[in-house]
Design a protein around this ligand. Structure first.
Ligand code: CA
Ligand code: CA
Length: 105
C-alpha cells in the first residue's frame, strides 16, 4: 500500500467557509432584485437595449461596462455602485470638512 494515494483533501480545514461573503446586505439584495428586473431576457447581464428605458443607467453604461464586452454584468454593477458610493462619500466628507463654504455672500 503506497502512502502517496492519501485520500485526504489537501485543503486546509478552515473553520469558516467564506461566511462573510454569504451575508448579503440589504442594499445588495435590493440591487440584485433591481438587476434581475432590468435583465429582461434573464441572461444574467444587461445589454444596452435593456437599460435604454433608464436614461441614467444608459448614460452610465460605458462607465459600468469595465471589460467593454457590451454588457454590464452584476459584478460590474456592483463594482460601479461601490465606486459611485465611494465618490459620493468622498464628496460628502469633503463638504463636511469644509465649514467655511457657507452659502452666505
Ligand atoms: Ca439581459
Ligand atoms: Ca461587461
Amino acid at each position: 500500500m503506497p502512502p502517496a494515494t492519501a485520500s485526504a483533501p489537501p485543503a486546509p480545514a478552515a473553520s469558516t467557509p467564506a461566511e462573510s461573503q454569504a451575508a448579503l446586505t440589504k442594499g445588495e439584495i435590493k440591487a440584485m432584485r433591481e438587476f434581475k428586473m432590468l435583465d429582461f431576457n434573464g441572461d444574467g447581464k444587461l445589454s444596452r437595449t435593456e437599460v435604454k428605458l433608464f436614461p441614467r443607467l444608459a448614460a452610465a453604461f460605458d462607465d459600468a461596462d469595465t471589460d467593454k464586452d457590451g454588457y454590464v454584468s452584476y459584478e460590474e454593477v456592483r463594482a460601479f455602485a461601490a465606486k459611485y458610493r465611494a465618490e459620493r462619500d468622498q464628496q460628502r466628507a469633503a463638504q463636511a470638512a469644509a465649514p467655511a463654504s457657507s452659502p452666505r455672500p
